[in-house]
Design a protein around this ligand. Structure first.
Ligand code: NDP
Length: 492
């Protein structure tokens, strides 16, 4: 019987070319404003310079809107507005602050469909992900932190927790709304005020969140939103009136920010890049592991800091596992992110696509073997086929550098010690995954891996109650859970 099953497993998949009917999500209910201002002190204002930039849909290259580019004077106005609002917000009781956070969470839920569609239009991620992951988790972060707002004394017994003041928060383009929620919710629960800078390519859901904050009647100036590019972010984190900086993005920019703040005594949390190992042992349930590998690297086109971009597979099962993986990859649907059947959407920007292409070319030049499932890509927009590299050596760039795209590098190991050594052989230390039948092995590996999060027999699970953050060049500080709150409080 077992033999028969094994043989059946080796046969190529039966092809029922029934096809999928298009299942596009409607965009009718999403009104994209042609011209967008900055949210400063509770008012939408034009930037002092009157400079704007275009934001596009990466799946079509169509211009969606013009967005304000905040300059130094706007940064200064936003920090001053936040400082003014701090008097009101920091003195408000925790129970009152909680009411606002609950209200924000409820409005996010009410406007979930609009937010999901807008996120997909501006960022290129599949609608099923923005609908089922990004938006529900954003609401969950506000709900969760609303619960903490009046319990800070219990969270840190004997410590007299006090807010820090004005928090400058700079976020990336891979989870635009969710990253805004990760940053805002704990800061506000702890009694801080905020100036938030979304990424240049994906400003639209952060701006819509600004409207939601107004709908929830959050006092003016408690949250200010400045759109712009890197220069806006640099001006914000370097502003003398800021008390705390929270940054998520590349390691390179994280290091620059660290240099800017060095010696200032300001609190800093950095959530940077990663090169996670997803380790599969021979006793793992292979079909589930394949699902976890696919989710680990092809979720959100691989634009995920904790993506399982290095597959470490025990040598004895490498061949059958890679064969199963390729069969599964061949079923991934790449294309229109607004189609509810799409698994892999558009690459976020031309610049990111070029970076992925460059690293994939380097992998081939180094001698690794690339495989991609056959699939047709749309004529316009930025696309990259799901890719798996075998014959990868640890020294190759594709095994060392963050690709931030749908590209997996497969390496093998023989013993648990070798797996740990290879998993830790990276400048990063954000996340890891272990697939095995043995609980003791999971605990042993989790202890020995230098990774902030270790998933066991699953991958890419997020929950607001669970602290998330890195070691080494993946940054420091935690977001989520009680640990994440501590980053926004003076506990001295
Ligand atoms: P960045 O680190 O440049 O962008 C993150 C955020 O920081 C954006 O809002 C960006 O603005 C802003 N920013 C840029 N320069 C500065 C600065 N000097 N001071 C303050 N803020 C700044 O990432 P990229 O978008 O350039 O992506 C490059 C690579 O970084 C990716 O290929 C990927 O490898 C990695 N990355 C990692 C992320 C993670 O979550 N760990 C997230 C995003 C990227 P703007 O975008 O407007 O320029």
């Amino acid at each position: 019987m077992a033999e028969q099953l094994e043989r059946r497993d080796e046969r190529p998949p039966a092809r029922f070319d029934l096809g999928y009917a298009p299942a596009p999500e409607s965009t009718d209910h999403v009104k994209v404003r042609a011209d967008n201002g900055l949210l400063i002190g509770g008012r939408w204002v034009a930037p002092v310079s009157d400079r704007h930039f275009k934001t596009i849909n990466p799946a079509t290259e169509e211009v969606l809107a013009e967005v304000a580019e905040a300059g130094d004077e706007d940064v200064d106005a936003a920090v001053r507005a936040a400082r003014g609002a701090y008097k009101v917000w920091s003195r408000m009781s925790g129970a009152e602050r909680a009411k606002y956070l609950y209200r924000i969470a409820r409005v996010i839920q009410e406007r979930a469909r609009e937010l999901a569609v807008l996120e997909t239009m501006n960022g290129g991620k599949p609608i099923k992900e923005s609908r089922d992951v990004d938006v529900p988790l954003a609401a969950a972060h506000f709900f969760y932190h609303a619960g903490w707002a009046d319990k800070l004394d219990y969270a840190f017994p004997g410590r007299r927790p006090r807010p820090l003041g004005v928090a400058a928060q700079v976020i990336p383009w891979n989870f635009p709304l969710l990253m805004a929620a990760w940053k805002l919710a704990p800061a506000l629960a702890a009694g801080n005020v905020v100036v938030l800078k979304p990424a240049e390519t994906t400003p639209l859901t952060a701006l819509r969140l600004g409207e939601i904050l107004q709908e929830a009647e959050l006092p003016d100036g408690v949250v200010n939103i400045l759109t712009g590019a890197g220069a806006t972010g640099a001006a914000l984190v370097g502003h003398a009136g800021v008390d705390k900086v929270a940054f998520t993005g590349s390691t390179e920019v994280g290091k620059q920010i660290q240099r800017t703040l060095a010696g200032s005594g300001k609190k800093l949390t950095l959530e940077l890049g990663g090169k996670a190992a997803n380790i599969v042992f021979e006793d793992a349930p292979l079909d589930q592991a394949v699902e976890g590998i696919v989710n680990g690297i092809y979720f959100n086109q691989g634009h995920v800091c904790c993506a399982g971009s290095r597959l470490l597979v025990q040598e004895s099962i490498a061949e059958p596992l890679v064969a199963k993986l390729k069969r599964r990859m061949a079923t991934l649907r790449v294309g229109d992110p607004l189609d509810k059947n799409t698994d892999v959407g558009a690459i976020n920007s031309r610049a990111q696509l070029e970076k992925i292409q460059e690293l994939v070319a380097a992998g081939e030049e180094d001698g690794a073997e690339a495989w991609q499932p056959p699939c047709e890509l749309p004529a316009r927009g930025f696309w990259f086929r799901p890719t798996v590299f075998t014959r990868v050596a640890q020294s190759y760039r594709i095994a060392q550098e963050e690709i931030f795209g749908p590209v997996l590098s497969v390496l093998t190991f023989r013993t648990p010690d070798e797996a740990v050594e290879k998993a830790n052989n990276t400048p990063y230390g954000l996340s890891a995954g272990v697939w095995t039948d043995k609980g003791s092995r999971i605990l042993d590996l989790a202890n020995r891996m230098r990774a902030g999060v270790v998933w066991a027999n699953t991958f890419n699970r997020f929950d607001p109650t669970s602290p998330f953050g890195g070691y080494k060049e993946s940054g420091f500080g935690r977001e989520g859970g009680r640990h994440g709150l501590a980053a926004y409080l003076d506990l001295s």
